[in-house]
Ligand binder design. Structure first.
Ligand code: BGC
Length: 422
């Protein structure tokens, strides 16, 4: 009897030990991850990260703050850190990475970067954005290309319009689409969405070198040049064809209109692509991805990365390390980017399973690196400090939303605001 009881206790214990030895059952702490990925495609991508860390015995606590571009998420983060309760990890853009690192809140990720050879794997332009005083303080998940034009092929056919490669062709197509009774270019009236259109036009007209001189180096000659004047003139003309999504200004509400044959185009980063696929739409047949006019050889980049906040809890420190390693892991990079619409940050990951927009994106990225046409997005915090970004947002939005605004005044305001924000 006693033997029987002992052996059943023994089996019971072995059972539990076995259970804890399964990857998902080890107790490797908890990660609370702050991000702003809340559209359907973005949520699928977050699930990939959640699954991969859970498989390693880490408990996942989701901390999603709605709002494309991440402004609301950053306000929430500030409140949490000020109250002495930072999340384990937060999605941060380069300007914010530097700010939080300078305040001394972020973990140094060099030891993991060294074992995973980040310096060899990451393009230097992007690696620099993840470092503070030469040390890694953020781990990158992907590269998004922002200068994409998403096109509804049915509407283009119905209107007899040609997919544009120049701004002249864009306005010809826009007239035809309008005459056929369709909304032309859908865009939520938010700072970062208006700036997405602005900076895509700017990259094409200025070229990579002058784009960087204007928006990274704040060169007054470029900021007030004739080319910059042309950027504002085109931006104003584009505005005549912009339609707001009726329900809300969220970028994915706008994308939905292009998906469901209710608008012809949207200018948006390639996170939009996932929404088309989830809605069952086929590339070529239902929609197309083409570079924004006159940016065929240029690449406006936006990288998503996570920083790890200092914590006292030892188990959660372990969880942070697992999270960091996972994000640069090849399997994660592949699965995550397939869901997210972006491309892996690691050039060594083959794109066999990816669609042709992703393949075109990597080709454009590698080419733009060589030709000086790789440019950081202002809208997504890659190019400037936060005050500089806000200054530009102000000028761009005011201009876009003011009927008959004067482009000559706009370039002067742009220069004044940019210089004052430094
Ligand atoms: C992020 C993307 C995200 C987009 C819209 C950007 O700032 O980099 O990952 O999908 O905002 O939410």
């Amino acid at each position: 009897m006693i033997n029987l009881r002992l052996s059943s206790i023994c089996c019971y214990l072995t059972g539990w030990l076995w259970l804890f030895s399964l990857p998902g059952w080890a107790d490797n702490g908890e990660v609370e991850v702050l991000h702003w990925w809340t559209s359907t495609g973005e949520t699928n991508a977050v699930h990939v990260l959640q699954q991969q860390v859970e498989q390693q015995g880490v408990h996942w606590k989701n901390f999603a703050v709605i709002g494309g571009g991440g402004e609301s998420a950053m306000n929430v983060l500030e409140a949490r850190v000020i109250s002495g309760n930072p999340p384990t990890a937060a999605q941060l853009k380069s300007s914010e990475i530097r700010d939080w690192a300078a305040l001394g809140f972020l973990n140094n990720l060099d030891p993991i970067a060294k074992t995973q050879h980040w310096d060899q794997l990451l393009p230097p332009t992007i690696a620099n954005l993840l470092k503070y005083q030469g040390h890694y303080v953020a781990v990158p998940a992907n590269i998004h290309r922002e200068n994409w034009l998403w096109v509804n092929t049915h509407i283009f056919k119905a209107a007899g319009a040609k997919i544009p490669t120049t701004w002249d062709e864009f306005f010809t197509a826009a007239q035809k689409i309008k005459a056929a009774g369709y909304p032309v270019l859908v865009n939520g009236n938010q700072d970062w969405q208006n700036t997405t259109i602005f900076e895509s036009i700017a990259l094409g007209i200025l070229g990579g070198k002058d784009y960087i001189r204007a928006f990274v180096q704040h060169d007054a000659t470029v900021l007030t040049s004739d080319k910059m004047l042309k950027v504002f003139e085109i931006f104003q003309k584009v505005h005549q064809f912009v339609e707001l999504p009726p329900q809300s200004d969220d970028w994915n509400q706008a994308t939905n209109l292009v998906i469901h044959d209710k608008a012809a185009m949207q200018i948006m980063g390639d996170w939009a692509k996932s929404e088309f696929f989830i809605a069952g739409k086929q590339l070529d047949q239902d929609f197309d991805c083409v570079p924004v006019p006159e940016t065929q050889h240029a690449f406006l980049f936006d990288t998503d990365s996570f920083s790890m906040f200092h914590l006292d809890n030892k188990a959660n420190q372990k969880a942070q390390k697992i999270l960091t390693r996972t994000i640069m892991d090849p399997e994660f990079q592949k699965r995550f980017n397939l869901a997210k619409g972006s491309i892996p940050i690691r050039n060594d990951i083959p794109l066999d399973a990816f669609d042709r927009c992703a393949v075109a994106s990597r080709r454009a990225f590698n080419q733009a690196r060589k030709t000086g046409q790789l440019a950081p997005s202002i809208a997504h915090g890659m190019a400037t400090t936060m005050p500089e970004q806000k200054a530009l947002f102000d000028v761009v939005n005011h201009f876009f939303n003011t009927p008959n605004a004067d482009p000559k005044q706009a370039i002067l305001r742009l220069n004044r605001a940019t210089q004052a924000a430094q």
